[in-house]
Ligand binder design. Structure first.
Ligand code: GCV
Length: 674
């Protein structure tokens, strides 16, 4: 008997050594039987040592020689890779460049690319490529769907989870070089001495991976934890408090990045509490950080329950302040003017601040995209924003070129996204949600990469190089964002989510803490039609866009149909481009979303032969949820809007399977503040 056990054990060992639970992310290098590569390096530093170890452990190609070369400083923290006779020269001007170059080589190997005739230079499009964690000190994560926070504040700084380093490594492998550890709805406690020593412990682990730590700060910190009378940015005692605090931070963490601030938004304190402006608040912090090369990322996500269209408010607030901000302040702007919806037009603030640095904020965590239950590949959404032409500086003024320093010389370029990472074994809650973390990193490095290339890399690294798997799965990923828009809110509909948690549909929501937290505020359905009139006859949000977009968006005929109901209130019998009525078009869109998810299920089931049991089953079961949810969305929205349109659902479309009244009773028990 013993013998038999032994044999079985030896046979299964290579496969079972690493449970296929997604914990290894895309860093799934082959584990055994390979020749160890030779790495020639006369340098030593924590980052270079990691680069060397990674290659020594996983690289199977020609010997690699490291070279540090100051002449390559034009590549910033990028690198050059060049095949040279029997070896490969990897050179960079910074240590981190060698690390990124090492991961580039490993990516080539994992994806089956040619590793012999290499000749390339890579330099990142953005200086700061940063994740924003909305992690609270009690380890809950605002809008987090992958378990509790990675940061175990109660154990830090003495106990260091191995996941801290694994996190840093994953980020470095895609070029992410910065992280904001805590929620923008920030607890002042993060700045207490006790917490700062914990932050230092994390910063020390991340540093060799080229990652700088930043913190979200609460504008009332001087008053709440400092015992200062108020937190007025013009009060010298307040400034003094921040000066002392920042000195303390830099004593602990000499390369600390700076602060991220959500002020005077959704109940957060800010300079306006004292009659001061956002510029007064941001500049005070910027001045304090300046001697240490620290920066302030000041969020433009501000809106108040006023009469003014919520979509207009960030622009109204910030444009008059243009030119007043210090040069180490960068305004962090959500991709759209409302809030990370499945589809929004780009935020009109991009390009409108002519003398102020601007950066994009994306959301990787799927607050409005089915949490970690729905497979939605977000590179397509990110690219849609980055490639949008604002026309601010003439044709070709894309958001990518405006924010990466190409169009306007910038001291500071950055790009950010709200992380989807938590304590879950597979990090992101859904195996495919890992692709969105990956895609953000790759696009932050190079926003010109096509979504398809990124998907291709990720699939090959994470699952399989087999064409039979790569092709169909890539098709799922590439169409998934549009499919989700179709079953949730097509044609420019937005924010018709259930109250607070934002998971399912609640288009009938008409009472909430404030009008702009209801769904009816956004869709404005009535017997005449559907959609928010943002033309000159309505809220005139179109006027915030540069010509010709103000006209393009402001005219029904030229407005892209995928944004029609964002900008216009459209009659139910309006004829769309394909001559369907608006009502019919809406029905077909919802139906197409449902059909696409059904197709994903069919395709995925055929993938069983190419993938491991655990991940196959887990994705399969998530797709079931997604398919059920898609039908829920379709029925809820069509049955509800039908009470206004009074038209039949086209007869060739699958019939609703729910009663509207039953759907209205669904109340999910998920707590969130708005
Ligand atoms: C961190 C939305 C979310 C909030 C989030 C806010 C923000 O309103 O629902 O949870 O708060 O955006 O970005 O500040």
């Amino acid at each position: 008997m013993k013998h038999i056990y032994l044999i079985v054990f030896t046979l299964v060992l290579p496969l079972s050594l690493f449970a296929e639970d997604g914990s290894r992310l895309w860093l799934r290098f082959s584990q055994s039987g390979q020749e160890k590569a030779q790495v020639i390096s006369k340098y030593k530093s924590p980052s270079i040592d990691i680069a060397r170890q990674e290659l020594a452990a996983h690289w199977q190609g020609q010997p690699v020689e490291f070279q540090l070369d100051k002449k390559l400083s034009y590549l910033k923290d990028g690198y050059r890779i060049k095949s040279d006779k029997n070896k490969i020269i990897l050179s960079a001007s910074q240590d981190a460049g060698l690390l990124y170059g090492a991961y580039h080589l490993l990516r080539l190997q994992q994806t089956g690319a040619d590793c012999f005739n290499l000749d390339m230079e890579e330099s990142p499009k953005y200086d700061i490529r940063i994740l924003n964690h909305w992690d609270n000190l009690d380890r809950t994560v605002e809008r987090g769907y992958a378990g509790y926070s990675l940061w175990k504040w109660d154990e830090l700084p003495n106990t260091l989870s191995p996941r801290y380093e694994a996190y840093a490594r994953a980020n470095a492998s895609v070029g992410i070089n910065a992280t904001v550890l805590n929620n923008v709805n920030a607890s002042p406690q993060i700045l207490t001495d006790e917490h700062l020593t914990k932050v230092k412990a994390l910063a020390d682990i991340f540093r060799p991976y080229g990652i700088k730590v930043y913190l979200s700060v609460n504008f009332s910190s001087p008053k709440v934890i400092g015992g200062v009378k108020d937190s007025d940015p013009l009060n010298p005692d307040v400034r003094k408090w921040w000066q002392d605090k920042v000195k303390e931070v830099y004593t602990l963490i000499p390369d600390f990045g700076g602060f991220l601030v959500k002020a005077n938004s959704e109940g957060q304190p800010g300079p306006q509490d004292y009659g001061r402006t956002h510029a007064d608040g941001a500049n005070m912090l910027a001045d304090v950080l300046k001697p240490y090369n620290g920066i302030v990322m000041w969020r433009a996500f501000v809106y108040n329950p006023t009469e003014e269209d919520r979509a207009k408010q960030a622009y109204t607030e910030f444009v008059p302040l243009d030119g007043q901000f210090r040069d180490n302040v960068i305004i962090q702007i959500k991709n759209g003017p409302v809030d990370f919806q499945p589809r929004e037009p780009f935020n009109p603030l991009f390009g409108a601040l002519k003398h102020t640095a601007e950066m994009v904020e994306f959301q990787i965590t799927q607050e409005y995209l089915g949490f970690s239950n729905h497979l939605v590949y977000l590179a397509s959404l990110f690219k849609e924003t980055l490639d949008s032409d604002t026309y601010s500086d003439g044709k070709g003024s894309t958001i990518a070129r405006l924010t990466d320093g190409t169009l306007r010389p910038a001291k500071l370029t950055a790009i950010s996204a709200v992380a989807n990472i938590g304590e879950d074994t597979n990090w992101c809650g859904h195996h495919f949600a890992q692709a969105n973390w990956y895609a953000f990193g790759r696009l932050a490095w190079n926003h010109e990469l096509p979504s398809e290339t990124i998907a291709d890399e990720w699939i090959k690294m994470t699952f399989s190089n087999n064409d039979g798997f790569v092709k169909p799965v890539k098709e799922i990923m590439l169409s998934s964002r549009e499919a989700t828009v179709d079953y949730m809110m097509p044609l420019g509909l937005h924010h018709i989510f259930a109250e607070n948690h934002h998971y399912g549909p609640e288009p009938w929501l008409s009472e909430a803490g404030r009008p702009d937290w209801t769904a009816v505020y956004y869709h404005k359905a009535d017997s005449a039609g559907l959609g928010f009139d943002r033309t000159a006859a309505g809220s005139n949000a179109v006027s915030q866009y540069f010509p010709p977009l103000d006209k393009v968006y402001g005219t029904i005929e030229s407005c892209p149909e995928n944004l029609l109901l964002w900008f216009h209130h459209i009659p139910w019998d309006y004829k769309m481009k394909d001559s369907k009525t608006l009502w019919d078009a809406l029905c077909y869109k919802y139906d197409s979303g449902v059909q696409q998810v059904r197709e994903y299920q069919k395709v995925w089931d055929r993938m069983e032969q190419y993938t491991d049991e655990q991940r196959f089953r887990e994705v399969q079961s998530k797709l079931k949820i997604q398919a059920r949810d898609a039908i829920w969305w379709k029925d809820a929205c069509l049955l509800y809007f039908q009470t206004f349109s009074n038209r039949p659902v086209p007869y060739d479309i699958e019939r609703p399977v729910h009663e509207l009244e039953d759907l209205k009773k669904i109340k999910l028990d998920m707590k969130h503040h708005n």
